[in-house]
Design a protein around this ligand. Structure first.
Ligand code: SF4
Length: 348
């Protein structure tokens, strides 16, 4: 199967030329896919193309979309979570998070995940496979279609570890930026940190995108190695001090500030001593900390921290000169934690 989604205007012009059509037919496909973002994403619907050309494309296995909506959950705050099935019958999740001015799409980069973080439902199933560029982009179109508005911001914080699928990740960022017209600065790539991969990410980003302007968010979730290993088993392969050193190198290579995600888990990493230890770790470094309230899920034992404790932790970091913000969980009421919807479907 050949998916047209993710192709540049030049590539679509070449598809048209290959079929003996004028190059502008390729531009018509391009406009239909990216500028109009049609709800019924199949080749039959590209009515500006001659019928014969459409039939040829279909006969040769071309598609615009492969993902099929399996289930959706709308939370009271407007957060919409979609469970989508792939052509090989796997399922993935994506989330649309609306505010008045923004619609943020939280995208998956893999089916399942090999990282096995203890607080995450996705990690329980292990990795099935990595997603293709078209499958990553298809999630944006699915969210737009269900929410009836255009996505403005992207976070790669859904299922999977994006740094284990770097090529498809960066090719999808190329398309999000150039074809969907969403600035790289409105894209965040979230990683639990994989040895050697931050360097590879910046190098490949310069090769594929010509620069590296998206935000890298590192899921630190702990102020020391011991705690980190208890919640992220893969952390034993990557010392926290090396993560900080590699993050500093990423800042030097790209000129972009790094974000550290810190999921607050009651009685695990939420004490004043942890806030002070984290401050010492990050002192003098061009970074930002996002404190996140944990979304409690049935399968794991962690508990949510109160807003009062979150705010106390935040004030300690702030008083120590660390840039910090607090991110409250959205869509708490409807299976909103990473991997929960898929997990529920697998349990049925
Ligand atoms: S939190 Fe992210 S990296 Fe960790 S298991 Fe879940 S999907 Fe994978």
């Amino acid at each position: 199967m050949k998916n047209l989604l993710g192709s540049s205007v030049k590539e679509l012009e070449n598809v048209a030329l290959t079929y003996g059509q004028a190059a502008f037919r390729g531009r018509q496909i391009y406009n239909w896919i990216y500028n109009y973002r049609n709800k019924n994403r199949n080749i039959d619907q590209i009515k500006v193309l001659p019928l014969e050309f459409r039939n040829k494309l279909k006969e040769d296995g071309f598609k615009v979309s492969e993902l099929i909506l399996q289930e959706k959950n709308l939370a009271n705050d407007g957060t919409l979570k979609l469970l989508l099935s792939t052509a090989d019958n796997e399922s993935i999740e994506c989330v649309g998070i609306p505010t008045e001015k923004r619609l943020t799409a939280c995208l998956s980069s893999q089916v399942g995940c090999p990282m096995d973080c203890k607080f995450c439902a996705t990690g329980k199933e292990g990795l099935k496979r990595s997603l293709k560029t078209s499958e990553i982009l298809d999630q944006i179109l699915s969210i737009e279609s269900e929410m009836n508005r255009k996505v403005t911001n992207i976070v790669f914080m859904g299922m999977g570890e994006p740094l284990l699928n770097i090529d498809e990740l960066l090719w999808s960022i190329r398309s999000i930026n150039e074809d969907f017209q969403i600035s790289q600065r409105k894209i965040t790539v979230s990683t639990v940190a994989v040895p050697k991969m931050m360097r590879k990410l910046s190098e490949k980003s310069f090769q594929i995108l010509g620069n590296c302007q998206f935000t890298l968010a590192i899921s630190l979730h702990a102020s020391n190695q011991k705690i980190r290993e208890t919640i992220i088993p893969s952390a034993k392969n990557y010392e926290i001090k090396n993560i900080i050193e590699d993050s500093k190198q990423f800042v030097r290579d790209t000129g972009r500030r790094v974000s550290f995600e810190y999921l607050m888990l009651s009685d695990v990493n939420d004490k004043s001593e942890h806030a002070n230890e984290l401050s010492n770790l990050l002192k003098g470094f061009q970074c930002h900390v996002n404190l996140i309230q944990y979304n409690q899920i049935d399968e794991v034992e962690f508990k949510q921290v109160s807003i009062k404790n979150l705010q106390l932790f935040q004030s300690i970091l702030s008083n120590n000169g660390i840039a910090v913000s607090l991110r409250r969980s959205r869509g708490l009421d409807k299976n909103a934690a990473c991997g929960q919807l898929r997990q529920n479907a697998l349990n049925k």
